[in-house]
Ligand binder design. Structure first.
Ligand SMILES: Nc1nc2c(ncn2[C@@H]2O[C@H](COP(=O)(O)OP(=O)(O)OP(=O)(O)O)[C@@H](O)[C@H]2O)c(=O)[nH]1
Ligand SMILES: [Mg+2]
Length: 195
């Protein structure tokens, strides 16, 4: 979080994290396409020729005022491919919340699990208390025939029963804004608590 008192702005960072090809970039692309231009900046995507995220995607959104401060949400994605671990850790630095985008396909269990644990590891190393830190879980690719039942996904990732998870299909947009709203609410709630 960064407050610019001069401009009356509060900057909040949310990182979309998850395994390779789970749909992180697709979330940001859908949000960008469906947000009125005066509320959003450019979608910046640093990507490979094969449309894979190389470093990150970035999108800034503006919202109504909170306590007389105008919130600006900076949304980032991490690159999911295994060898970009250092970039993922770097991008998590200073974040106010995370959206974990899991791939619902049964064949992606190991990748989901590995990504979940390395995310927790990075957050702990960066000094976050993962028991209270806002982590919103999205089960993406619900439209695919081999999507696992959500209760199995919850069990796989050891997700506590009280944690709400969002089903999504990022290409069609199903659940994308529900996930985003939950993340924004959680992040703002956390800031209010610490203020
Ligand atoms: N059927 C289906 N395909 C999806 C969905 N979300 C994303 N995809 C597809 O999955 C592929 C990967 O999506 P991306 O959004 O680029 O995935 P990513 O998580 O950003 O991948 P990395 O940048 O490599 O980490 C693309 O071909 C998307 O069109 C979904 O909900 N359903
Ligand atoms: Mg990507």
């Amino acid at each position: 979080m960064f407050i610019n008192w001069g401009l009356g702005e509060i900057n909040l960072k949310i990182v979309y994290y998850g395994p390779a090809l789970s749909g992180k970039t697709s979330n940001l692309q859908y949000i960008y396409a469906r947000t009125p231009p005066h509320l959003r900046g450019r979608l910046v995507s640093l990507k490979t020729q094969q449309e894979r995220t190389l470093l990150f995607d970035f999108l800034q959104l503006e919202m109504g005022k909170i306590n007389n401060l105008k919130p600006k949400f900076k949304l980032y994605t991490v690159p999911g491919q295994a060898y970009y671990a250092a970039s993922r850790r770097l991008i998590l630095q200073g974040t106010d919340g995370v959206v974990f985008v899991a791939d619902s396909q049964a064949g992606r269990s190991n990748e989901n699990l590995e990504s979940w644990y390395t995310m927790e590891q990075h957050l702990i190393e960066l000094g976050y208390d993962i028991r209270t830190f806002p982590i919103i879980v999205q089960f993406n690719k619900r439209d695919l025939p081999h999507a696992m039942p959500t209760r199995d996904l919850r069990r796989l990732l050891h997700i506590a029963p009280e944690r709400q998870c969002y089903e999504a299909s990022a290409v069609s947009g199903l659940g994308v804004f529900d996930t985003l709203k939950a993340a924004m609410t959680a992040v703002v709630g956390q800031v209010r608590k610490s203020a």
